[in-house]
Design a protein around this ligand. Sequence first.
Ligand code: NAD
Length: 351
Amino acid sequence: MTHLPPSDKALVPFVSVDHMMQLIHRIGVEEMLRGLAAYIEADFKRWQLFDKTPRVASHSAEGVIELMPTSDGDVYGFKYVNGHPKNTAEGLQTVTAFGLLADVASGYPVLLSEMTLLTAMRTAATSALVARTLAPKDSTVMAMIGNGAQSEFQTLAMKAICGLKEVRLYDIDTAATRKCAANLADAGVTVTSCSTAEEAILGAQIITTCTADKQYATILTDNMIGSGVHINAIGGDCPGKTELAPAILHRAEIFVEYPEQTRIEGEIQQLAEDHPVTEIWQVLNGQAAGRRSEEQITLFDSVGFAIEDFSALRYVRDQLQETGLYDALDMLADPDDPRDLFGMLRRARPS
Ligand code: NAD
């Protein structure tokens, strides 16, 4: 197999789930999380260049299917992603995804990739990038509430990027906690399994909520949250799907990716439309303050934004040449004469 991205523009490099797993292992999970965080930070710092729109969501009783497009003017990208909390009971993932990058000048795709694993990696890298910016200095303990598919990635990113030393796990399903604890057994962090959310947050400077339930859930109540913590709220990412009691939102300084999308999907859908929030790209750029005091509660109301996927796809594309971990996909018609599409079809007629 060639180790160069195909020079034939009609062949599109495709990164399968198998190739993505090989790529992550070859680079190393924590090294790749750091790499993704660096790409996301670089793109957040040039935020104004991007075309931005809330994601296009198609809701059903059971879940949601979404398209997440963006462009920096040279490259266009989108992700297809679903969110179906009931799927795990049927042996299916809650979240699956794939994504594409295209050359704006020609409109030709230049990368197609699996993004189920990549979404878990980019979500974790974003969480840790934001926690590094907002969490109390020298945070070493995180409560991880919701121990499903995202949870190990979240923990490893906090270790790789923020220096996490202990994770305290809680899930309503003890099998999920056992799975997460087993997966993290040799990760180099102390893993403590807890039997309540209250127990999990004891001594934690960072509290991550990453549960999946298509309703206004209350994973954290106001009395559980002491001063000075950083809350990384991942699971409330859809209209009618939240995790935090509104009183916590009124006590916290709230940081978001793209307000226009977060007001539809995030925890702040529970607040008035003009409730002040800070855009995280402005903090990374030095244009807005992050944490202002040791007592302040900071909240990252994460919903996942298209630019993070664009950054992740850009990162993967930059690894292709060195690793060769892709297939060249015949997905674009390529007639000898661009106007003779029908002639190409005729010549392929079975004799
Ligand atoms: P998952 O279904 O694999 O895991 C969710 C876990 O939450 C399950 O183990 C479930 O038992 C647990 N849970 C449900 N209710 C709970 C409760 N009340 N208390 C404690 N635990 C509870 O899902 P996942 O792939 O890990 O995703 C988790 C959430 O994160 C989903 O809601 C998903 O939509 C969201 N998500 C957000 C982003 C983002 O960028 N913000 C990215 C990916 C996923």
